[in-house]
Design a protein around this ligand. Structure first.
Ligand code: AMP
Length: 450
C-alpha cells in the first residue's frame, strides 16, 4: 500500500483538466455543473488514471462516484468493450444513483463521440429479471449491480460472464461486507479476472474492509482519505435540543415550521414510525412523506422522486435512507430518534452540507436517549452546542399536535382494519395507508399495470 504522494496532496487543482481528465469528460462534468473537482476527485482521479488501485475513505456526498466513474469512462473511451466495468453497491437506491451519474457523464460522451456509445446497465433486485437478461444480451459496457442479483445472473443468465472485466468498484464496502452479501461478494471475486483495476470505497474503515483490501487490491494500491475517520464537514452546523420525551413531537413540528422553506430529512427508529410521523405532519399541513425498508422498491423510488422534485419537502426515514441516497439539496437533518450506533449519526448528517453547501443537523435528545447522544459526541471527539429555545413557545403547538396525532392514530387503525379484511383477497398490504399519506399515484400505477 502506497501512501498518497505529497505532490498530489499539495498541488493546487483548479479544474478536471488539471487532473488529466480528457476534454470530452471535462465537458460532461461542466454540463453537470461540476466546475471544480471535489477533494476525493482531486486526489483519486490522477492515481486512477495512472493505473493504480484505490482505497478511498470518503464521506457521503463527497463526490466519490465521480472519483471512480471518470477514470473508468476515460479508459472506456480509449478502448470501448462490453462488460468493461462492474460497480457493486449494497442498496438498490445507491445503485440507481450511481447508474444515473454514469449516464449523465456518459451522455456528454455520446454527444461528443458517436463511436463510443457509453452504456451502463443496472442489475438490482426488485426489477424485472427478464428485462435485465435482455439488457445483458445487448452487451453493456458497464454494469451497476447489487451483489445478490449479479450472482443470480452469473449463475443463470446464458452467455453472461465477467471474464472481460477491466474495472471492479466496491462502493460502500463496509456495508457490502455485511453477512447478507459476504457470500455473493466471494463468488463475484472468484469469477472476475485477477488482472483488473479495483476501487474500494467506504465511509468507515472496519476490520472487514481491511481484509477485503488485502484480498482484492493490487500492491500498487493507493489509500486516499479525504476526511478524518469520523469527522463531519465544516459547513454542517450541528446542534442538539434536550427535551422531555413527551414533548418531542411538538419540538419536531416547531423546528420544521421554523425552517419551513428547508428540505429536511427526519430520522426515526422504526419503519412504522416513518408512516406515523409523516402522517401526523401531513395532518398539520406539512409536506412530509415516509421512506423505509418495508416499502416496495417502486414506492421507495416514488417517495424519493416526490422529495427530489420538491413536491414534498420533508422525508421521514429510517437508517435505510441514511446511506448512499443522492438527494442533492437537503438543508436540514433532524434526528427524531437518536441512533444507537453512533456511526449511523455520521451517515445521517452526511445527507446535508454536501458538496460544499451548508446544512443544519438537530438531534432531539430525551432523557431516554441521552446515553446514545453522549456516544456520538465521544465518536466526534467534541461537544455539540444546544439550541436555546423557549419551551413555552414550543408548547403553543401542543393542542394542534395532539389533535393531529389523534387523527393519525385513528386513520392508521382504520387502514389496518381495511387491510386485515383485504388480506385474504390479495397481497396489497398497505394501500389504505397510502391513501392517507397521499401516495395515491403509486396505487394508480398499480391499477394501470393490472
Ligand atoms: P456522491 O458523493 O458521489 O454521491 O456525490 C454527491 C453529489 O455531489 C452528487 O449530487 C454529485 O452530482 C455532486 N458532485 C459530485 N462531484 C461534484 C463536483 N466536482 N462539483 C459539484 N458537485 C459534484
Amino acid at each position: 500500500m502506497q501512501p498518497l504522494s505529497q505532490t498530489h496532496k499539495d498541488k493546487l487543482v483548479d479544474t478536471f483538466k488539471d487532473l488529466g481528465v480528457c476534454d470530452q469528460l471535462v465537458e460532461a462534468c461542466e454540463n453537470l455543473g461540476w466546475k471544480i473537482p471535489s477533494k476525493i476527485q482531486a486526489e483519486a482521479i490522477p492515481q486512477a488514471l495512472d493505473g493504480k488501485d484505490l482505497i478511498g475513505l470518503a464521506q457521503t456526498g463527497s463526490g466519490k462516484t465521480g472519483a471512480f466513474a471518470l477514470p473508468i469512462l476515460q479508459a472506456l473511451l480509449n478502448s470501448p468493450k462490453a462488460f468493461f466495468a462492474c460497480v457493486l453497491s449494497p442498496t438498490r437506491e445507491l445503485a440507481i444513483q450511481i447508474h444515473e451519474q454514469f449516464e449523465a457523464l456518459g451522455s456528454g460522451i455520446g454527444v461528443k463521440c458517436a463511436v463510443v456509445r457509453f452504456w451502463p446497465k443496472l442489475l438490482v433486485g426488485g426489477v424485472n429479471m427478464k428485462e435485465q437478461i435482455k439488457n445483458l444480451e445487448a452487451q453493456p459496457h458497464i454494469i451497476v449491480a447489487t451483489p445478490g442479483r449479479l450472482v443470480d445472473h452469473l449463475c443463470n443468465t446464458k452467455g453472461f460472464s465477467l471474464r472481460t472485466l477491466k474495472y471492479l468498484v466496491l462502493d460502500e464496502a463496509d456495508k457490502l461486507l455485511n453477512e447478507e452479501f459476504e457470500k455473493s461478494i466471494d463468488e463475484i471475486l472468484n469469477v472476475v479476472p485477477r488482472e483488473r483495476s479495483t476501487y474500494l470505497f467506504s465511509a468507515t474503515m472496519t476490520k472487514k474492509v481491511k481484509k477485503l483490501q488485502r484480498a482484492c487490491l493490487r500492491s500498487n494500491a493507493v489509500k486516499i482519505e479525504v476526511a478524518s475517520k469520523y469527522s463531519t464537514v465544516d459547513t454542517l452546523k450541528q446542534h442538539y435540543c434536550f427535551l422531555p420525551a413527551k414533548y418531542k413531537d411538538c419540538y419536531l413540528v416547531y423546528f420544521l415550521i421554523e425552517k419551513s422553506g428547508f428540505s429536511s430529512m427526519v430520522f426515526v427508529r422504526t419503519c412504522d414510525s416513518t408512516s406515523f410521523v409523516a402522517l401526523f405532519l401531513r395532518n398539520l399541513g406539512l409536506r412530509a412523506i415516509p421512506i423505509n425498508g418495508k416499502m416496495t422498491q417502486s414506492k421507495r423510488l416514488g417517495a424519493l422522486r416526490r422529495f427530489k422534485a420538491g413536491e414534498c419537502n420533508i422525508l421521514v426515514c429510517t437508517d435505510v435512507a441514511s446511506r448512499g441516497l443522492d438527494i442533492p439539496s437537503v438543508d436540514m437533518v433532524i434526528n427524531y430518534d437518536i441512533p444507537e450506533n453512533p456511526k449511523d449519526y455520521i451517515h445521517r448528517v452526511g445527507r446535508t452540507a454536501r458538496a460544499g453547501r451548508s446544512g443544519v443537523a438537530i438531534s432531539l435528545v430525551s432523557q431516554y436517549q441521552l446515553q446514545f447522544f453522549l456516544q456520538i459526541e465521544k465518536l466526534l471527539g467534541k461537544k455539540l452546542p444546544d439550541i436555546p429555545i423557549q419551551e413555552e413557545e414550543v408548547l403553543l403547538l401542543m393542542e394542534r399536535v395532539t389533535e393531529a396525532k389523534r387523527i393519525s392514530l385513528l386513520k392508521i387503525k382504520e387502514s389496518e382494519g381495511k387491510n386485515s379484511k383485504r388480506r385474504g383477497r390479495d397481497d396489497d398490504d398497505d394501500e389504505g395507508m397510502d391513501k392517507y399519506l397521499g401516495m395515491k399515484n403509486v396505487k394508480s400505477h398499480k391499477k394501470m399495470r393490472k
